[in-house]
Write a protein that binds this ligand. Structure first.
Ligand SMILES: C[S@@+](CC[C@H](N)C(=O)[O-])C[C@H]1O[C@@H](n2cnc3c(N)ncnc32)[C@H](O)[C@@H]1O
Length: 367
């Protein structure tokens, strides 16, 4: 809009992010009692003719300049379309809890919300947003209260499906947080795997207990003590685990469309902090694995430093004990044709897969 005033930013946001045409913006800026003054001639002209074609990428793509080289490394020529897709509103996705009913039954039970099956996840339903961009009050929906579904982005559902969890396995969800992926793994294995969930931060685990009760998922939660009483709650499992899921702490750059403010709070120091945590948690995961066991590394980041480079770091530190393995997109029909492949894993993104920017890589313990 040719200015950096609050008014110019709001008008630009309505045009670029909400996709409103000039007449719709003019109807909001009508000078009524609590409305801003009407659009000026210059503002109308800029809305009609303005273009970001010549703007630098951090302006055209609305992203902090310091991460652009990393994003360009991943996206190449698709950098701007991907940045713009990251600026658009995220859809509202839920995962049918197949411990209670299948997706078809959930679609029927929620028919009044007009859900559709998600394009890729075989477990997902997409709920249309209202004109104000808000979704319905899912947390009080009777089906939710009965555990019939969980609110989970399609990308997170896909990451859970790609984890390859099988009935009979011992599986550790090492960074379980509120339990989003633990619950999904329990449903995917039909409660027939031994699932253990933990997190370095006991407070992050708090919501999991209520979620387990509601969903019927069977997961053993191991809550660490903090401070002087701290001990390794997984020590008895070292060298025995079939599969470890590391849903790692990360910058969350793949979720900017959900948390637009996060991109402006990101600092170079927070990236280096996350990289150190990722190395620590990957080393811990590697020690848990039995020979032949599988490590699945997931982030919701688009930065190669947190993804392929983190995997490379573990492969090098392990001295050959941990080997790279392919991540098979087959459990998610249609994913193979759409997803971006990196040297070590696969990368989802809003423009390509229509999901948050999840990264998934697979490794195995050789000996
Ligand atoms: C991306 S979040 C996990 C989200 C969760 N898996 C879900 O699907 O809802 C990353 C988590 O890693 C935890 N974390 C960070 N460092 C860790 C470590 N060294 N060991 C275990 N968990 C760690 C954080 O406390 C945070 O809860």
């Amino acid at each position: 809009m040719g200015a950096e005033t609050g008014r110019a930013i709001v008008i630009g946001m309505l045009r670029l992010q909400r996709g409103l045409a000039e007449p719709s913006i003019a109807s909001l800026f009508d000078g009524a009692r609590f409305a801003p003054p009407p659009l000026t001639e210059d503002e109308r002209r800029r809305l009609a003719e303005g273009s970001l074609a010549d703007a630098p990428p951090e302006v055209a793509g609305d992203a902090p300049a310091f991460v652009l080289p990393s994003l360009a490394e991943l996206f190449g020529d698709a950098l701007l379309p991907e940045l713009r897709a990251l600026g658009r509103r995220a859809p509202l996705d839920i995962r049918a809890n197949t411990l209670k009913q299948d997706r078809e039954a959930a679609l029927a039970a929620l028919a009044d919300l007009s859900p559709e099956a998600t394009p890729l996840s075989t477990l997902g339903l997409r709920i249309p947003l209202g004109e104000d961009g808000r979704g319905p009050a899912l947390h009080v929906d009777p089906l939710f209260l009965e555990g019939g579904f969980e609110i989970q982005d399609e990308g997170s559902q896909i990451a859970s499906l790609l984890a390859g969890a099988r009935p009979g396995e011992t599986i550790v969800d090492l960074c379980a947080g509120g339990g989003g992926k633990s619950l999904a793994l329990a449903a995917i294995t039909g409660n027939a795997a031994r699932l253990i969930a933990t997190d370095a931060d006991p407070r992050r685990l708090a919501p999991i207990h209520e979620r387990l009760r509601r969903s019927g998922a069977q997961v053993e939660v191991r809550t660490p003590r903090t401070g002087k009483a701290r001990s390794d709650v997984l020590a008895d499992l070292d060298g025995t685990v079939d599969r470890v899921l590391v849903d790692a702490p990360c910058t969350g750059t793949g979720t900017w469309r959900r948390n637009p403010d996060a991109k402006w709070r990101l600092r170079p120091g927070s990236l280096s902090g996350r990289i150190a945590e990722q190395a620590e948690v990957l080393d811990r995961a590697a020690r848990l694995l039995r020979p032949g066991g599988t490590l699945v590394y997931v982030t919701c980041s688009l930065l190669p430093e947190e993804n392929d480079a983190a995997v490379d770091g573990l492969l090098q530190r392990s001295g050959g004990t941990i080997g790279a393995a392919a991540t098979d997109p087959a459990p998610v029909p249609g994913l193979s044709e759409r997803v971006r492949r990196t040297a070590r894993g696969i990368q989802m993104s809003p423009a390509l897969t229509g999901t948050d920017g999840f990264y998934v890589a697979t490794m195995t313990r050789k000996s």
